[in-house]
Ligand binder design. Structure first.
Ligand code: 4AZ
Length: 263
């Protein structure tokens, strides 16, 4: 729901010339394989990724992803939480399928939205939820503020979610995952111009597109070396050549997240 808004709003906001897109094409690696059917990728389970949370409305309809970083703390995107209240949201762990009824459903006792957040294309796209019920699942580690080298261009990152498997396509009933290379900051700026806020964002994707997060994947993890390093935030469409996905650069917000995890 918010993902769709974000995608459409982004499409209207982004100004990119053909030349900029072309230079982005030169700046990032080429997909080594045809897209598998997130967009591209394979099915997986919450057993394999136990920290992967569904964020749903009160009727348990999933609209974003989140990452369990402590038994009662979930990192997600600020844009997922705009307009939500503690009463309107649920977090579900241990549920691989959208139509499942298993796992652990928790209410939310606190929603912290980065106070600087205005719009995903301005950065600051991070939120932390405090759960009413502890999740009995293994948590994810997240990057510290000093680990900025994890974003070296070309590094393989893993994306996860129940989002649409094509731009304007349908959601996936089963959790999906894919790997995408981190794109250099200059490459991302070539794609997105001033909407790319280098301090707050990192891009990942293939030059040729084909593999990406999409609507409904927002708030979910970008893992580098198995550690939470980004949050699915925005992009021009999904899996389009020359337009990598944009993720919250978590090193910038790590200390803010730690303050919330400890609160
Ligand atoms: C969304 O609408 C969304 N391709 C998520 C990720 C991307 C685009 C849109 C990146 O939730």
């Amino acid at each position: 729901m918010f993902g769709l808004t974000r995608a459409r709003k982004t499409a209207a906001t982004v100004v990119a010339t053909a030349a900029a897109a072309a230079s982005a094409l030169l700046a990032s690696p080429t997909a080594s394989a045809a897209p598998q059917p997130i967009v591209g990728g394979t099915t997986t389970t919450t057993t394999a990724y136990p920290f992967m949370m569904q964020i749903t409305d009160a009727s348990q309809n999933q609209f974003c992803g989140g990452t369990l970083v402590a038994p009662t703390k979930v990192v997600t995107a600020a844009h997922c939480m705009v307009g939500e209240t503690t009463g309107s949201v649920r977090v579900i762990g241990g549920r691989t399928y959208l139509n499942g009824t298993n796992g652990t459903v928790s209410r939310v006792s606190k929603i912290w939205i980065n106070p600087d957040y205005t719009d995903a294309t301005n950065g600051d796209d991070v939120a932390v939820l405090t759960l009413s019920t502890s999740m009995p699942y293994t948590t994810a580690k997240y990057v510290t503020s000093s680990q900025t080298s994890v974003y070296a261009a070309g590094t393989t990152a893993r994306i996860l979610g129940w989002g649409t498997t094509a731009e304007n396509g349908g959601s996936s009933n089963q959790l999906r995952t894919a790997t995408v290379p981190v794109v250099s900051d200059s490459g991302c700026r070539s794609s997105y111009g001033s909407d790319f806020v280098q301090s707050d964002m990192v891009c990942a994707g293939y030059t040729s597109g084909g593999v990406d997060t999409c609507q409904g994947d927002s708030g979910g993890p970008l893992l580098i070396g198995g550690v939470l390093a980004g949050i699915t935030s925005w992009g021009e469409g999904c899996a389009e050549a020359g337009y990598p996905g944009v993720y919250t650069r978590l090193t910038t917000f790590s200390d803010l997240v730690t303050a919330q995890v400890g609160s």
